[in-house]
Design a protein around this ligand. Structure first.
Ligand code: PEP
Ligand code: MG
Length: 574
């Protein structure tokens, strides 16, 4: 029977394929059947991976990086103990022998069994150890994947659609390695980091479907309409044909947009507009270059810290930053310092509070762990001599905090000078305006900083009091709410008056329907996922700023949603 499910389309286009129900371990592990003669070798491969994971833990324990939180040592000790337990080091070998499956699959199966047992434990402390077991299993899995077996891996099919109840941002980073056609989830909001990563994959996705995971069966045929936010389960032949047509048309549109790649980014009345790319991992720079981005406007450095229990060292971070800076040549690269907490959790972070979005997140966490921050700043400074690097500070709220952060940056510079390491001493330092307090006090922040970048995802979350990850309030997400538009306009005005460049790097910047409004409000620098650059450029090239300004001024004074919508339509027709 055909069923239509409604959610939020977070990433455009259409996908047609068969449902693959999500399991984290399945996302990670290949599966194949062994020949009988290969079984002893597979068991030995598993033993070698466990030994490798064990010596990795010991090595890390002996070389805890400078600046690491005190908990990291105890955490690694616990992991070594878990690794010695037969539940992970022996049972998978029995599974290999009994079912002739490969080592990765045996480990994934056993991990799922053990984790299910943890889920049923009543004691809070013990139940929380689930996460540790998972991380130890992941470490062994990574060791296995580093030394693959002789049978070719079965890869995820390009036409498979992943169906999950929820996906974390770190799951999404793993997802980047697979070739899925689309994905759907029950939970999640439009600007959750999971949704942002989904957009960066540029595949069709729908979130906040509430009960898709329960309704959809493995192997069902699915149509994912990421534009309307609809998923059709087991469509009949007529619907299928209709969507195949839509899919072809959409692909054609995307191809046409690509022709704008080398056109200059300027409005009809000659205003140059900077179109920058947001990236999550160093390898994303390739796509930014393919789309001819004017630079990197936001490098979310925290993704370097995900899917691992240890911390990236100063050298490892330096190499990652230098890779981006060298690839992008002399164009600017804005590296945002670690923004974790809230929906981006890491294993060594202190236990999340009941209100993690209002807790120890981003710059607050870095001030609580100054060595961690200084290590990162040293790595960024070292990369600064290879190009136009800028530092961006997330979630600024108080000017006292900003002074403390600037002191830590000065300290990092002093250390490098003392060590005789070269860097750009005049590296520009900017701040994110993503909390209403910072927007209203933009003047004072701008006086102490070289540039500002408006993070509309958080600005909307904190202004409208809607948790960006909560699907129950996702319908309240409104970039056109008068309060949001006024905070944006105010920040842009301050930047203009004090001659501090201001860009927008939240999801609003990549929405072609909002590009002309932002131009009319005075924005000249947009940073977005590379996949959206051409659609926004098309809007820029058809805009006449002088005609947009009075209409944007009117929208700024409008309060009623219908008035605002009508004005937006006029702006987009101008
Ligand atoms: C934002 O808040 O708009 C932003 C760009 O940062 P992030 O989405 O990573 O929180
Ligand atoms: Mg933010």
């Amino acid at each position: 029977m055909t069923v239509a499910l409604h959610g939020i389309g977070v990433s455009g286009g259409y996908a047609i394929g068969r449902a693959q129900l999500y399991s984290h371990d399945r996302l990670e592990a290949p599966h194949y059947v062994l020949r009988k003669v290969d079984i002893p070798r597979e068991v030995a491969r598993f033993d070698a991976a466990v030994a490798e994971a064990r010596s990795e833990c010991l090595l890390l324990r002996e070389h805890i990086p400078e600046g690491a939180p005190a908990e990291l040592g105890a955490f690694l000790d616990l992991h070594a103990l878990i690794l010695d337990d037969a539940m992970l080091s022996e049972v998978p070998k029995q599974l290999i022998r009994d079912t002739a499956c490969n080592a990765e699959w045996a480990l994934a199966q056993q991990t799922e069994t053990v984790l299910a047992q943890f889920d049923s434990i009543e004691d809070d402390y013990l139940r929380e150890r689930r996460q540790d077991v998972k991380q130890v299993a992941d470490r062994v899995l990574k060791a296995l994947m580093g030394h693959p077996g002789h049978v070719p891996r079965k890869l995820a099919e390009e036409s498979a659609i992943l169906v999950a109840h929820d996906l974390s941002p770190s799951d999404m980073v793993l997802f980047k390695r697979h070739a899925y056609a689309g994905f759907i989830t029950d939970l999640g909001g439009t600007t959750s980091h999971t949704a942002i990563l989904a957009r960066s994959l540029n595949i069709s996705s729908v979130m906040a479907l509430h009960n898709a995971r329960a309704l959809v069966q493995e192997g069902d045929v699915l149509i994912v309409d990421g534009i309307a936010g609809v998923v059709i389960v087991n469509p009949d032949a007529q619907i299928l044909e209709e969507y195949q047509l839509r899919q072809n048309e959409w692909r054609l549109e995307q191809q046409k947009l690509k022709r704008l790649k080398s056109s200059p980014s300027a409005t009809l009345d000659g205003e140059p507009v900077e179109l920058l790319a947001n990236i999550d991992l160093p390898q994303d720079v390739t796509e930014a270059l393919e789309e001819n981005a004017a630079g990197i406007g936001l490098f979310r450095s925290e993704f370097l810290f995900m899917n691992r229990v240890d911390l990236p060292s100063e050298d490892e971070q330096f190499e990652a930053y230098r890779k981006v800076v060298s690839a992008i040549k002399q164009r600017p690269v804005v590296i945002r310092t670690l923004d974790v907490g809230a929906d981006k959790s890491l294993p060594w972070l202190p236990k999340a509070s009941d209100n993690p979005a209002l807790g120890l997140r981003a710059i607050r966490l870095c001030l609580a762990e100054p060595r961690l921050f200084i290590t990162q700043v040293r790595a960024i400074l070292r990369a600064s001599r290879y190009g136009q690097v800028r530092i961006l500070l997330p979630m600024l709220v108080s000017l006292t905090e900003l002074d403390q952060v600037l002191d830590l940056i000065a300290l990092a510079k002093d250390e490098l000078k003392r060590d005789g390491i070269r860097f750009n001493p005049g590296i520009p330092i900017g701040g994110m305006i993503e909390v209403p307090a910072a927007a209203l006090a933009a003047e004072w922040f701008a006086r102490k900083l070289d540039f500002l970048s408006i993070g509309t995802n958080d600005l909307i979350q904190y202004t409208l009091a809607i948790d960006r990850t909560d699907d129950a309030v996702a319908h309240l997400y409104d970039p056109l709410h008068p309060a949001v538009v006024q905070l944006l306009a105010h920040t842009l005005k301050v930047g203009h008056r004090l001659k501090r460049p201001v860009s927008v790097c939240g999801e609003m910047a990549g929405d072609p329907k909002l590009a002309r409004l932002l131009l009319g409000l005075g924005l000249r620098s947009f940073s977005m996922h590379p996949a959206h650059l051409m659609a926004v450029k098309q809007q820029v090239m058809h805009s006449h700023v002088a005609s947009l300004e009075p209409l944007a001024g009117k929208l700024l004074k409008a309060g009623r949603p219908d008035q605002i919508q009508a004005l937006l339509e006029r702006i987009n027709q101008t």
